[in-house]
Every structure is written in structure tokens, then in C-alpha cells.
Design a protein around this ligand. Structure first.
Ligand SMILES: *Cc1c(COP(=O)(O)O)cnc(C)c1O
Length: 217
């Protein structure tokens, strides 16, 4: 199967309400261009330098999403162009994004990453930390940040019941917040192995890499 065929097949299987982020990390620009020519305009990367290099080389109507863990000192390299940062998990990082967005006269959309997996290694906030950060955001009135929703990654396991439980947990937190903040519209959950389940559990944005571009080394 070609990248184009993979992409079109996945796209046709997604409900209209679900946005597809094509996760192109580690893949060459020629692969991304194949997806671009098949109509894809949203790409996700997990390293800021790699994303900036690809941004330079590719058409300017692409939306670039940062889906990886973000180091504060690197925010400045993506602030001029990034359209959504999925993995925001601290106030310190929000402050830096706000500062760099302001320098670039932009408002940058962000998702707060919630820890839903069993693994300790996955980044993210728990519910109490989330509430605390949202409170701070309201007090500090960050003018150059727009918090659009939440992101989460399920445990890497074959156990569908467990993955489902984790996705539903995130959806519950999202729904609770949405009743108070109507600007929260995006729930980013689901990857190649679990996106169908994620959609069943209420995802509005899926991040799919290997099912489009093939496996990574
Ligand atoms: C790599 C990555 C993905 C895509 O993973 P696939 O299994 O290749 O679809 C999605 N989300 C995040 C945060 C990633 O780092």
C-alpha cells in the first residue's frame, strides 16, 4: 500500500467530526509530500528541530502540530509557525509559550496533556494538577495562549478493556471541564493501534503515524 492509499483509506473511515493528524516523525520530506499531494494538511512531529526543518522545506498551508514532550528552552524555535501544541504539562511551559507567542504576535493553541496510562514514563498531569493549572491560567490571563482541550496516551498494551477504561477516563475529565469552558473543543486521543477505540470513546482528534507512513526504525 502507498502512503496515499493508506491515508485515503483512513480518512474515509473517520467520522467527519474527527480531525486526522498525520504523524510524520522520522519520515523524509518526500513521504510527507506524498501525503500532502493526497490532500493532507495537518502533520504531527515530536521533535521541534525536525518540525522546523520540515516547515522550512514544505508548502506554507500546512498546520504543524507538536505532539511530543516540549522542552521550555526550545519553544522559541516553533513559536513563529506551530499551530497546536498537544503535550503541555506544566505552568512553566505555558508561561514560555505565552511569552514566545507574544514576541511573534501570535496566539498559540495548546492542549493540556493528561496522564491516563499505567506507565510512569508517559508525561502528563493528573486531574488535580489540571484543575490547578486551569485556575492559574485564568488568574494570569495569558493573552497569547488558547487552551483548546486535552490530550492523552493510553497504556501500550494489547488489553482493549484497559485502553478503553483509560480513554473513557480522559473523556470524563474532558466533559466535566467542557461544561465550564465552552472553548474546550478538542480531545486528542488515539494512535495507529487504538484510534478506532478512541473514536468510540469520544476522541475528536487522532494522531496516526505508522498506519499511514509505515513503521519507524
Ligand atoms: C508517534 C506518536 C503517535 C503516532 O504513533 P503511531 O503508532 O505510529 O500511529 C501519536 N502520538 C504521539 C504522542 C506520538 O509520539
Amino acid at each position: 500500500m502507498s502512503i496515499k492509499n493508506n491515508l485515503l483509506e483512513i480518512k474515509s473511515s473517520l467520522p467527519e467530526t474527527v480531525t486526522l493528524v498525520a504523524v510524520s516523525k522520522t519520515k523524509p520530506v518526500s513521504d510527507l509530500m506524498e501525503a500532502y499531494e493526497a490532500g493532507q494538511r495537518i502533520f504531527g512531529e515530536n521533535k521541534i528541530q525536525e518540525m522546523a526543518d520540515k516547515f522550512e522545506q514544505m508548502p506554507k498551508d500546512i498546520e504543524w502540530h507538536m505532539i511530543g514532550h516540549v522542552q521550555t528552552n526550545k519553544v522559541k524555535f516553533m513559536a513563529p509557525f506551530v499551530s497546536l501544541i498537544h503535550g503541555v504539562d506544566s505552568l512553566k511551559l505555558l508561561e514560555e509559550i505565552n511569552k514566545q507567542a507574544s514576541k511573534n504576535n501570535r496566539i498559540i493553541d495548546c492542549l493540556l496533556q493528561i496522564h491516563i496510562a499505567e506507565e510512569e514514563t508517559k508525561f502528563g498531569l493528573d486531574e488535580a494538577e489540571l484543575i490547578e493549572i486551569l485556575k492559574q491560567v485564568q488568574n494570569d490571563k495569558f493573552e497569547n495562549i488558547n487552551i483548546k482541550g486535552l490530550m492523552g496516551m493510553a497504556t501500550f498494551t494489547e488489553n482493549q478493556d484497559q485502553i478503553k477504561k483509560e480513554f473513557l477516563h480522559l473523556k470524563t475529565i474532558f466533559d466535566k471541564l467542557k461544561t465550564k469552558n465552552s472553548q474546550l473543543t478538542t480531545l486528542s486521543m488515539g494512535m495507529s493501534g487504538d484510534y478506532q477505540l478512541a473514536i468510540d470513546c469520544g476522541s475528536t482528534m487522532v494522531r496516526i503515524g505508522s498506519s499511514i507512513f509505515g513503521g519507524r526504525k
